[in-house]
Ligand binder design. Structure first.
Ligand code: GRF
Length: 212
């Protein structure tokens, strides 16, 4: 009997900038990651990630906050785009906007983010400079489910990077980014394969709580 194949998971990627994480996901998809990127959405028209999407034949869309009166109406338009393309997973990949509680709740358990630090250390911006200023011996990146509190959702996977003498925020960021490109496709694969879920506020992998 032929082994049954799981259908690709429809996903949407939200970004605001370069989109190197999007590229890692596209490359992984071409190498067999079972996802179908239905759309890439940016709040910024100049985001290079949109160009990466176009080059890969993925619909790329700009949704500018300038066209909306407030956060709630922007988030409602964003949700309409996401649901309209049938996405079952929302992947935040450098999307530089705070999302409303209502939006986050709507996608609870099916929205992931990647953050360039070893959470719960260094939530928010400028994580690489802050890790250096704090004298951290190691730094890294975290993929987590999104919860209403910023950068505080249940952790799925982390990658650790040693801080080296002479590191600058830029050199450290570059090494962390390499790891981001490894762990984000991994987390998405777990979700697409039905191995990862959010239950009662805990990330479960193969039914067991994740211990990063
Ligand atoms: C990454 O450092 C990611 O951790 C953060 O935003 C950056 C996005 O980079 N959330 P890119 O646009 O994927 O290159």
């Amino acid at each position: 009997m032929v082994q049954s194949e799981r259908a690709s998971l429809p996903i949407v990627v939200l970004l605001s900038g370069s989109g190197s994480n999007l590229q890692a996901i596209i490359d992984a998809m071409h190498a067999g990651l079972p996802v179908d990127i239905r759309a890439v959405i940016s709040n910024k028209a100049e985001a290079y990630g949109l160009e990466r999407a176009r080059q890969a034949g993925i619909p790329a869309q700009v949704l500018s906050h300038r066209d909306y009166a407030d956060r709630e109406s922007y988030d409602a338009a964003l949700a309409a785009l996401i649901d309209g393309c049938g996405a079952q997973l929302v992947v935040l990949a450098g999307f530089m906007r705070i999302l409303s509680d209502g939006f986050v709740r709507r996608y609870e358990g099916r929205m992931l983010n990647i953050h360039p630090s070893l959470l719960p250390r260094h939530r928010g911006l400028d994580t690489h400079a802050r890790a250096l200023a704090a004298g951290d011996g190691e730094h890294g990146a975290t993929v987590h489910f999104v919860s209403p509190e910023l950068d505080a959702g249940p952790i799925i996977i982390q990658a650790r990077v040693p801080v080296e003498p002479g590191d600058t925020p830029e050199s450290l960021a570059a090494r962390v980014l390499q790891q981001e490109h490894r762990i984000y496709p991994q987390a998405i694969r777990w979700f697409a394969e039905g191995r990862l879920e959010l239950k009662d506020g805990t990330a479960l992998l193969d039914g067991k709580p994740v211990t990063p």
